[in-house]
Design a protein around this ligand. Structure first.
Ligand SMILES: *[C@@H]1O[C@H](CO)[C@@H](O)[C@H](O)[C@H]1NC(C)=O
Ligand SMILES: *[C@@H]1O[C@H](CO)[C@@H](O)[C@H](O)[C@H]1NC(C)=O
Ligand SMILES: *[C@@H]1O[C@H](CO)[C@@H](O)[C@H](O)[C@H]1NC(C)=O
Length: 803
């Protein structure tokens, strides 16, 4: 495939013509190809149908659970794993009908959508407002009919309903935070910064920080670098020499740099979940849209080689970011050629992926480093926009060119037409690229199809415990890992692979994000690793990471469960061909200080949400488990929602073997964590900063987000339960977030409905705020400046993209 994809390289020509059109059409096709009718469409796309269907499934499952004595008396899977010493009594209590019923009623704002890959849901955040009320009513009606005869229960439920009527669904109960929208004219140095939120438990109200608009002139941004200082003597004595990279073949045009402001707008909230400091991310600087994207073509017109985006937004003093490099003309950019040049110029810095060769050079000094790939999942029919271009230009520049080849960015392009001869006929492949990907990225696309996965992973996958989506086992929806496994096999040069998606954005430097997460993962101990990873980290409540570690240890002891260490054993487990002995590092040998076990070892899996126990979690796809002997319980499972994560070559090769040899699979979000769990690989949840749109009391965050078994996010009561997931809608990072898009678009300079309507307010409600006029008004604090943060899902950016 890699040969083939370089074959597709071609000069961007007709494309610049398209780009100059005002309508920002980036691709020749304007309408999505009509997919063939599939059963999944019945289940997937229409909210209303999904709701009815899921309700039915929940009802059937509940009745089976309640009235089938065999199931209610079954033992917890972990019981067989020999790790769940004290849990039998507890799991019995969980499995009584009472708790199941509690789950069934109550939270009337449940997000009816099952977790799905973003590729499959392009629905608009705001349109759900309308359909939701009807579907909620229907759902409640159904549930009412279903409800048992237990009068006492009915009363309790009525009481709960009454309470919810008064207070609204959990996440809608609290006051909206305002400080996110404070702009550059309220910027203060980090030492003077007072966040409006989070506040200590004993303070009942958020700190009200009225942003003083204390600046008349805007502050000046400075170049922001998150890469090591490659010219420093420390770096040069430890690592191989680094050669700078350029955008063009003549090595004349330097890679532009991003710009940041020192400080933070006064009052802006701090993240409620996760931490900058812990991960080594800077929190004392913020980015505006020009400092972030100006270097890559935002803020200047198509006629000058930019995208034309944001020229119609407030832009006072934005010229600063082009002073050094000028406005770069991006018309003829060829990213594949630039990445390849950069990597070849720096070949001597890296391990090669050839095992023999790498063991020869392992002891070479100065040291060599491993290369990593960021694999962005895209698909035929994806609507490329100017902002998508900007995002990936930034990603490639920061990860590959500015790091002199440490990372490569690739697109894994899903071709939905299984009959397209994408390997046999280069012209077919080129046609698909022309119609679906901007020319500047053609050379870094790898095409794949489900037909290919059927061929690559043939044979009978056997029994599936549950298949709620009714999808094919080789389909991207249920087995998105398959093409990634294949990709790893054809790219031995990379040691780690970030699985990434099109609708994610990071407001800071991509190098800082990926580098710091990798380094943090490496420093984590394996002792208590799975237990810490199962819980959201709330610094305001839990204290620092040592405090958090102690809290988790204590909760684990109280639960009566033993901490997981190394591979787990369960009924029906099949060994790998070469065993698992090699997976624990020397630091974990008997007699070692177990605190240091795994410290210094690269994480095999880094996720961006907790790794929760899927068993009894209420997560829709928790039992989408295939290929295991059905005479046993389902194997123990871990899962992290949102597939963005880093997987090591070692983990991917374990997954590959489990797929081709044992015909095992699990739903996409569950398979990699579960494979790491079964085989004793190192897995961490990196608690990156996640913001909340409302002033939740911190103990309520704990109740809602760590409301699962034993104060974790897994098991019964999980926040990923279909009935609880709606609490994520006010976070900046979750597939159903309403806040992420609102905040992101305000930051980009577009007026947005502020979501402050009646009954708590939802996306698309309230009044129009922000945008050009408001930001230009000198009475206000100006354009937004945000710290580095991940936002997801971003389904559209410029309001003109909405239709
Ligand atoms: C959402 O619902 C409210 C109240 O039912 C209505 O006033 C508002 O116009 C709706 N918004 C959208 C975007 O449908
Ligand atoms: C791997 O490296 C060894 C030793 O440098 C070399 O002899 C061999 O040809 C290489 N293999 C491949 C496939 O390039
Ligand atoms: C964290 O631990 C330190 C030292 O053990 C202790 O003084 C502090 O009170 C703890 N903080 C919290 C929030 O538990």
């Amino acid at each position: 495939m890699d040969k083939v994809s370089s074959f597709f390289l071609r000069k961007p020509d007709s494309f610049s013509g398209l780009m100059s059109r005002k309508s920002e059409v980036y691709l020749p096709i304007t309408s999505k190809p009509q997919p063939k009718f599939r059963v999944r469409a019945l289940l997937g796309h229409c909210l209303y149908r999904r709701v009815v269907l899921w309700t039915l499934i929940v009802i059937v499952l509940l009745s089976v659970t309640l009235f089938n004595p065999r199931i209610t008396q079954r033992h917890n899977v972990l019981d067989l794993v020999h790790v769940g010493v004290g849990e039998v009594a507890e799991s019995k209590a969980e499995q009584t009908g009472d708790l199941s019923l509690t789950k069934q009623d109550g939270k009337n704002d449940a997000d009816e959508r099952p977790m799905k890959l973003d590729e499959e849901h392009n629905d608009d955040e705001q349109s759900e407002n309308k359909s939701e009320s009807t579907s909620e009513d229907k759902e409640r009606e159904k549930k009412k009919k279903e409800k048992g005869k237990d009068k006492q229960k009915e009363k309790e439920q009525a009481k709960e309903k009454e309470k919810e009527k008064l207070n609204g669904p959990h996440w809608l109960r609290y006051k909206h935070l305002d400080g996110y929208y404070n702009g550059l004219r309220s910027l203060v140095s980090f030492s003077d910064y007072i966040p409006e939120y989070p506040v200590a438990l004993d303070a009942s109200q958020p700190t009200v920080v009225v942003p003083t608009v204390h600046r008349t002139a805007l502050p000046t941004p400075t170049v922001y670098r998150s890469h090591p200082d490659y010219d420093s003597s420390e770096y040069r004595s430890e690592y191989q020499k680094v050669k700078p990279c350029y955008l063009d073949a003549k090595r004349k045009v330097p890679v532009p740099e991003l710009y940041a402001y020192s400080g933070v707008p006064q009052g802006q909230a701090k993240p409620a979940l996760g931490s900058y400091d812990l991960l080594g991310l800077r929190e004392d600087v913020c980015f505006d849209r020009f400092g972030r994207y100006g270097p890559y073509g935002l803020g200047y017109p198509v006629s000058e080689g930019g995208t034309g985006e944001a020229t119609d937004t407030e832009h006072e003093a934005s010229e600063y970011v082009w002073q050094k490099t000028g406005k770069i003309n991006w018309d003829d950019m060829d990213w594949a050629a630039a990445q390849d040049r950069c990597t070849q110029d720096n070949e001597a810095r890296f391990f090669t992926g050839n095992k023999t060769r790498d063991s020869e050079i392992a002891k070479v000094r100065p040291r060599k480093i491993h290369r990593q790939a960021v694999v962005v999942r895209t698909y035929v029919g994806f609507k490329w926009t100017a902002h998508a271009l900007l995002n990936f230009r930034a990603m490639i520049s920061e990860l590959n060119l500015q790091s002199s080849g440490e990372y490569d960015v690739h697109f894994l392009l899903h071709v939905r037409d299984n009959n397209a001869p994408i390997w046999a006929d280069p012209a077919t492949a080129q046609r698909i690229l022309d119609a679906n990907v901007p020319p500047e990225f053609h050379g870094i696309c790898t095409l794949w199809s489900e037909a290919q996965m059927k061929l690559y992973y043939p044979g009978d996958f056997g029994y599936t415990f549950e298949n709620p989506s009714n999808g094919d086992i080789h389909g991207v929806y249920r087995s998105a890992h398959m093409p990634l496994q294949h990709f790893a096999n054809i790219h031995p040069e990379y040691e780690h692979f970030w699985n990434w998606e099109m609708d994610m954005r990071w407001s800071g430097s991509y190098y800082e994000l990926f580098d710091r997460l990798g380094k943090w993962g490496q420093q984590q101990s394996r002792q208590g690793m799975w237990e810490r990873a199962s819980k959201y980290y709330i610094p305001e409540l839990h204290g620092d990471w040592d405090n958090f570690t102690k809290i988790v240890d204590k909760e684990t002891r109280t639960s009566g469960r033993r901490s997981i260490m190394g591979p787990v054993i369960f009924a029906g487990k099949t060994s790998l061909q070469h065993g698992e002995e090699g997976f624990l590092p020397r630091t974990c040998a008997t007699g070692s200080d177990m605190k240091l076990c795994g410290v210094g070892e690269d994480a095999d899996l880094i996720t961006l949400n907790p790794l929760f126990d899927a068993d009894q979690s209420g997560w829709v796809f928790a039992s989408d488990v295939t290929g295991y002997d059905k005479q046993y319980q389902q194997p123990p499972r871990r899962c992290a929602i949102v597939t963005a994560s880093r997987l090591s070559r070692r983990l991917l090769s374990v997954m590959h073997e489990e797929t081709w040899r044992l015909h095992h699979s699990m739903f996409s979000e569950m398979f990699p964590p579960s494979m790491a769990f079964h085989h004793g690989l190192k897995a961490v949840y990196a608690p990156h900063p996640v913001y909340l749109d409302r002033a939740w009391p911190v103990d309520e965050i704990e109740k809602a987000f760590n409301g699962g078994r034993d104060h974790t996010s897994g098991g019964h009561g999980s926040p990923f339960d279909l009935m609880n997931e709606h609490n994520h809608k006010g976070t900046s990072w979750y597939y159903n977030s309403e806040f992420a898009g609102l905040l992101w678009r305000r930051w980009l300079g577009y007026a947005q409905m502020d979501g402050r309507g009646d009954n708590g307010g939802r996306a698309g409600e309230g009044t129009m705020r922000g945008g050009r006029d408001e930001e230009m008004d000198k009475k206000n604090s100006g354009r937004l400046c945000l710290r580095s943060m991940l936002v997801h899902p971003i389904k559209w950016e410029n309001p003109s993209e909405r239709d």
